[in-house]
Design a protein around this ligand. Structure first.
Ligand code: ATP
Ligand code: MG
Length: 541
């Protein structure tokens, strides 16, 4: 048998060994009320990954018991995102597929004296539920006969009552130390059109009641969910026991993924989309899987991250820089190198004539990647920040009288800077050292700095997009999400890039040397390079 890598796998192995189960069935249970985010990637890693490890199956189960918030658009987006991560579900099902059976089970509970129709309002139910230290108060409707309950429940189903006028509650224990066991509501009246069942139903089961039934009907052996459901497990088990489920699915809880500078709540993400704070659910700054994909983050890196953070029983928060480091590790090996400048200034080599091709290593971490040719000439662009008229100490890039190496080409000495009326440098004139070519440098001159460049004649205009996190650090901006919003998280530059990038495959990742990892795309015929991840952790700098 495979070796257990976490406590969930340990439980599963024990269950297999003891013969309690013979095969493994899990499910990934999103509610189609928004797009999936990176937290869901962890849930998928656990649900799909565990089933896969033990030769079992994982279903895609849509928890659609809340008709007013659910949409087919979200169902489609969720499926796209699961496929993006490369997971394959065994069966696609919906809580709504089981509404008939869920209803019949409710009648069974009524007939067994284990559920009753209650006329208290939601407010009254809340007020009589008690507290952690005080027991709740029994509903005056608790002792209705089974016949009366059945009649009322059927009337609820048939639309005789308005929303909230009545509900069905499980009859458990109003003095249970677990508030979830104090006669929880299991059906509510809601005259709403459901995205799949239309107007067939005007009563809908509550999640805590429907979920164990749906798990059972799918043959789920291990129902893996996040820690906030731990206190609901007694109710999960109560439903299974009182409906006579055999074998009864087993719920196991694990810690949610929390990441600094990321909000992981569909409700909050939806608000960002609706109030226009971002360009959409797939905005590259969003922690949604659609956003991460659009950002250019490879599925492999997301899965690698989930694998590295592991599955634990206690909540914790992961640093965003750790996620970024995992992405960088992946791209370092997989992304070809190229040159670009965000904010170009002209570099003219006064003693250079014509042009030539220099060798450029495609990816120095990959010995099979080889080299390609890059055109070099006497008219180049370099990054504005790579030249200084007033250099600080230890500044080894372009300065008057100083030597700097142009990456994979020659050492140059900057002689003169041409400025505009406002004192901004518009051009640097330099002298190149003909015997300093990379690979055959006999000049004897040491240039400490190496800078990237592009050939002025053949380079392409590029819109270069850089991003900061949507949320500022909690340390100085506080815990409250609304106060942490970074209003200035997208930066656009009109730069220059090698023609190689314009010809590259759409969506391909590159390391733009000394700049970061970027995704290449074309928008309205224009070359766009958008940041996947910076080269180093430069947040807040
Ligand atoms: P949200 O608050 O973002 O809407 P949710 O838990 O309501 O999250 P669901 O669609 O109900 O979202 O989640 C589907 C599954 O994914 C659930 O089993 C849930 O526990 C799990 N999940 C959601 N967020 C995370 C997270 N941050 N880390 C791990 N698992 C998560
Ligand atoms: Mg939910």
């Amino acid at each position: 048998m495979a070796e257990a890598e976490n406590f969930i796998q340990q439980i599963i192995e024990d269950d297999l060994k003891s013969g309690k189960v013979t095969s493994i069935q899990t499910r990934f249970p999103p509610e189609p009320n928004g797009y999936l985010h990176i937290g869901h990637a962890k849930s998928m890693f656990v649900n799909f990954g565990t089933a896969e490890k033990y030769g079992g199956k994982c279903n895609l189960f849509f928890d659609d018991t809340n008709p007013s918030k659910e949409k087919t658009e979200y169902v489609d987006a969720i499926k796209r995102d699961i496929r993006f991560l490369g997971y394959e579900w065994a069966r696609e099902c919906y809580a709504s597929d089981f509404f008939d059976t869920i209803y019949e089970y409710a009648e069974k509970l009524i007939l067994d004296g284990k559920a009753f129709v209650c006329d208290l309002s939601a407010e009254e139910i809340k007020n009589t539920r008690g507290t952690l230290t005080e027991p709740g108060k029994e509903s005056p409707y608790r002792n209705r006969t089974a016949e009366e309950n059945l009649k009322l429940f059927r009337e609820m189903r048939d639309g005789k009552y308005a929303d909230g006028e009545k509900c069905l509650r499980a009859k458990i224990d109003m003095s249970s130390p677990n508030v979830n066991m104090r006669d929880p509501v299991i059906y509510r009246i809601l005259h709403a059109t459901h995205h799949r069942t239309g107007d067939k139903w005007c009563i809908y089961p509550m999640y805590d009641y429907a979920h164990p039934i749906c798990d059972y009907l799918q043959g789920v052996t291990h129902s893996l969910c996040t820690l906030e459901f731990e206190d609901h497990r007694p109710l999960y088990d109560w439903v299974g026991i009182n409906l006579g489920f055999s074998p009864k699915p087993r719920q196991i809880e694990f810690a949610r993924l929390n990441v600094t500078n990321l909000v992981m709540s569909k409700r909050y993400l939806k608000k960002l989309v609706e109030d226009g704070s971002v360009h959409g659910w797939d905005d590259p700054r969003m922690p949604t899987l659609a956003g991460l994909r659009n950002r250019g983050i490879p599925a492999e890196a997301i899965k690698d991250f989930c694998s590295r953070i592991g599955v634990a029983k206690a909540n914790s928060e992961c640093e965003i820089s750790y996620f970024e480091a995992v992405v960088r590790d992946y791209l370092n090996v997989h992304a070809p190198r190229a040159m670009s400048v965000l904010d170009p200034i002209k570099l003219t080599l006064v003693n250079y004539e014509g042009s030539e091709e220099v060798d450029f290593e495609i990816n120095q971490t990959d010995s099979n990647a080889g080299t390609r040719k890059v055109r070099f000439s006497g008219e180049l662009y370099i990054e504005r920040s790579d030249f200084s008229l007033d250099p600080p100490p230890k500044y080894y890039r372009g300065k008057i009288g100083g030597y700097v190496r142009l990456k994979n080409a020659y050492i140059v000495r900057c002689d003169e800077a041409v400025t505009d009326g406002k004192g901004n440098v518009v051009e640097v004139k330099a002298t190149y050292l003909p015997d300093s070519r990379s690979g055959s440098d006999t000049s004897g001159v040491k240039a400490k700095g190496v800078i990237q460049w592009v050939d002025a004649k053949t380079c392409k205009d590029a819109e270069i997009r850089r991003y900061e996190h949507l949320l500022r650090d909690a340390d100085y901006a506080g815990q409250d999400f609304s106060e942490r919003m970074n209003e200035n998280s997208e930066h656009i530059f009109f730069g220059k890039a090698e023609p190689y990038l314009a010809e590259a495959e759409e969506g391909a990742p590159f390391q733009l040397m000394r700049t970061g990892y970027y995704k290449k795309c074309t928008e309205n015929g224009k070359l766009v390079l958008s940041e996947i991840v910076s080269l180093k952790d430069n947040f807040n700098k």
